[in-house]
Design a protein around this ligand. Structure first.
Ligand SMILES: [Zn+2]
Length: 747
């Protein structure tokens, strides 16, 4: 017989009133375990591990990438875990030819190199470094006039239209920022561009922000941001094996048949290399919000400035090595709590990803110490170190695709981290785990201020909002609202492909950046500007470690459907307001056009093309969704009431009952997916969270409906409202089953 009550009845009731919890997430033995766990965490271990893992470049396919995987494996084994390496074979293009030259109005050849610095000991490992490039750019050789497109996101092209400038047949130059980098070549190609250059403007992460490396932390004139430009919003993982694991003999798409490679060649450059190009541009002066911090007047072009861009890659299949370490659960071995962080970097990758990786390993070490005391987790714990995250979440996605059926059946939740620095806790993820992760954060102490990391993060939000209403709201709220997740790290295949409740955690905001995906993301940089004492690495271990231990050991799983229902209702309101605003703005625009206001106001000495009139926005039928949200709220309330009643009744659940209830609770999240997937991107099955088709990392909630509205596809929006409503109804039915189970147990 199992009991949910390990507390005296009265204490539970007090706890209920104080914290609003109905199933105890924590009991005294849990807090003892966590105290012990904390006592094993040592900053010097993180430091030594970071120095070792970042000693050489460790990108996909490199010798040190494999060596690191083997080292991580040996560590888990030495800590008593059952661990192995799972190898996949992925399409990983590495640069073969990179040519960029300005051929008019004068000759200039960018250096396309990041020089080594004596202050940075690993920056001279030139033979082992991947040259600066964007992975999954197609091969191409193009020559054309240059046009500056700001961030290169859709709204920037609207601005270009107003200036009467087309990028058709041109090479665009975009600065980093504004959206995920892969969006830039995608939108450029949609507008007819033949090539795309992306550069780091000093305004975004260079001298405009702070002193540059090595004097300060920020991007120096030679620093280049590498990165993937695959069309990840369509699917993640090995581009040649959508939906299936990249095992050795898997059937792959030929490179020419892969739809998510870029349509045009792409190359990233530094602000040293971009300066002569931008300086030579003529044409209209760039709008104010397009101007960076280079000592020039920013022009848009096109005109005299012509460049030649040639990019070729070796399209080889490379092995990637995921480290998978397990501790079998003592009571429910078939319920898995998974924790992960990637281990591959673009170069030495001290901050991205090793700062998170060494904290995750510290948790692994501490859990190993707990095992020695005789403790066993109730559920199975799985610690993963992913390879191939940088090119496109390859290691995590291939693993999820290979083991999809088993993972859907067994995984309770996935806890992710990546880069970690000094500063403030951020938490994002599935809203059914919002209260849970808030409670975790309330129990971790900030190393600089001695208050909880939760309070520090909350106070920062209060200070940083100017709205009095929002300040009051934050002050009185029991929980910090956690952000919904788009993409950009290894939670994507778990959450958005398999429908596994996921959380992403990390600290940041006080560490100083500017070396992202460059050779200068090194140990020497990190110990000066990232987290010199490794106390925030320890804070991450404490936060993520607690999340894992509590999920593994809790009695009934601490999912909260009320939080989820409330947030879905907010998302629906947002879409309704969006539609309403679009309707009013369209009417206004058409009226202004009819009244010729744009032509009246424009400067006759400059080219100005007024926008085109828009079709009026019809009234859409969101009723199916409103009803579904209403049902969801009732179901969530019903479960909450049943939980409270159950605790009051003092009744017990049998082990079998508890197992079944747990399964219903964590598998309910699967019902938020739709097997058909999103329109045009069936790999993304989650109906609540998806990376935006035109934002990349940025999330779109209720994506099928929201993106249809944003793209003015009204029929699709109405159709998808019904699809999402059905999905939510199915989810509500699962909650009702859990409620029913508790009500039966009370009788
Ligand atoms: Zn990363």
């Amino acid at each position: 017989m199992k009991t949910i009550l390990r507390f005296p009845f009265l204490v539970i009731i007090m706890f209920l009133f104080q914290a609003g919890l109905s199933f105890a997430q924590m009991n005294s033995s849990q807090s003892e375990i966590e105290k012990k766990f904390d006592s094993y965490l040592k900053p010097e271990d993180l430091k030594a591990r970071l120095e070792k893992l970042s000693a050489y470049p460790h990108h996909v396919g490199s010798p040190y990438d494999k060596e690191n995987a083997e080292f991580i494996l040996s560590q888990y084994k030495s800590w008593g875990w059952d661990a192995h390496i799972e190898t996949f074979y992925v399409l990983f293009p590495a640069p073969k030819t990179r040519v960029l030259e300005m051929i008019s109005p004068e000759k200039f050849t960018p250096i396309l190199k990041e020089p080594s610095l004596k202050e940075d000991r690993t920056s001279n490992q030139i033979d082992q470094q991947l040259p600066t490039y964007n992975a999954y750019s197609i091969d191409g050789d193009v020559t054309g006039e240059l046009v500056y497109v700001n961030y290169g996101i859709p709204s920037d092209y609207d601005q270009l239209d107003r200036m009467g400038i087309s990028v058709k047949g041109k090479i665009v130059i975009a600065r980093y920022g504004g959206a995920w980098r892969g969006i830039k070549p995608k939108v450029a190609a949609e507008h007819g561009a033949i090539g795309c250059i992306i550069y780091s403007d000093p305004k975004n992460d260079g001298y405009y922000v702070g002193d540059v490396y090595p004097k300060g932390a920020w991007r120096n004139e030679y620093g280049v941001q590498r990165g993937s430009v695959v069309d990840m919003p369509v699917y993640s993982g090995d581009p040649s094996t959508p939906f299936v694991g990249s095992t050795k003999d898997v059937k792959r798409l030929a490179v020419k048949d892969i739809k998510i490679l870029t349509k045009i060649p792409v190359l990233p450059i530094s602000y040293h290399d971009v300066l002569p190009l931008l300086k030579s541009l003529v044409g209209p002066v760039a709008p104010n919000n397009w101007k960076g911090a280079l000592p020039i007047t920013y022009h848009v072009g096109p005109g005299l400035t012509k460049v030649h861009l040639k990019v070729e890659s070796n399209w080889d299949i490379k092995p990637i090595h995921d480290v998978i370490a397990m501790i079998k659960g003592s009571e429910f071995p078939d319920q898995w709590v998974i924790r992960g962080n990637h281990h591959d970097g673009w170069v030495n990758g001290a901050e991205d990803p090793l700062s998170g990786q060494v904290a995750e390993m510290e948790e692994g070490k501490a859990i190993g110490e707990l095992l020695k005391t005789g403790w066993r987790p109730k559920r199975t714990i799985v610690y993963c170190a992913w390879d191939g995250e940088e090119p496109g979440l390859l290691g995590s996605t291939e693993w999820c695709e290979t083991h999809a059926d088993e993972l859907k059946q067994k995984v309770v939740a996935y806890i992710n981290s990546d880069t970690n620095d000094r500063g403030f806790l951020f938490m994002e993820g599935s809203h059914s785990l919002e209260t849970f992760i808030n409670n975790v954060a309330k129990d971790v102490i900030d190393p600089e201020k001695g208050i909880s990391v939760w309070k520090r993060a909350r106070d920062r939000q209060i200070i940083h909002t100017s709205s009095l209403e929002r300040k009051r709201e934050l002050e009185s709220a029991e929980n910090l609202k956690i952000g919904a997740m788009g993409s950009g790290s290894d939670y994507t295949p778990f959450l958005q492909h398999l429908g596994i409740a996921s959380i992403n955690l990390g600290f940041g905001g006080e560490g100083q950046g500017g070396v992202y995906h460059s050779v200068y993301d090194s140990y020497d940089h990190y110990i000066r500007f990232g987290d010199p004492t490794f106390e925030y690495g320890i804070a991450l271990s404490k936060t993520a470690g607690r999340a894992v231990l509590r999920l593994a050991d809790s009695d009934v799983l601490p999912f909260n459907f009320d939080d989820f229902a409330e947030r879905v209702s907010t998302y629906l309101n947002q879409i309704e307001n969006l539609t309403k605003n679009m309707r009013e703005e369209t009417n206004q625009l058409n009226m202004e056009l009819k009244d010729k206001m744009f032509t009246e106001v424009s400067d006759p000495t400059k080219t100005y093309v007024p926008p085109k009139p828009e079709d009026p926005v019809p009234y859409l039928n969101f009723a199916p969704l409103e009803n579904a949200v209403n049902t969801l709220q009732k179901s969530a309330d019903g479960y909450q009431k049943a939980k409270n009643e159950f605790v009051k009744s003092g009744k017990n659940l049998s082990e079998e009952q508890e197992k079944n209830l747990d399964q219903l609770i964590y598998q309910s999240e699967r019902f938020l997916t739709n097997k058909e997937g999103l329109t045009g991107r069936p790999w993304y099955e989650h109906e609540i969270y998806a990376p935006g088709f035109y934002t990349g990392y940025g999330v779109k909630t209720l994506p099928a409906v929201r993106e249809a509205v944003e793209s003015r596809n009204w029929d699709e929006a109405s159709k998808q409202a019904v699809v999402v409503a059905n999905t939510l109804d199915n989810y509500s039915k699962e909650i009702d089953k859990a409620t029913e189970m508790l009500n039966t147990a009370i009788k």
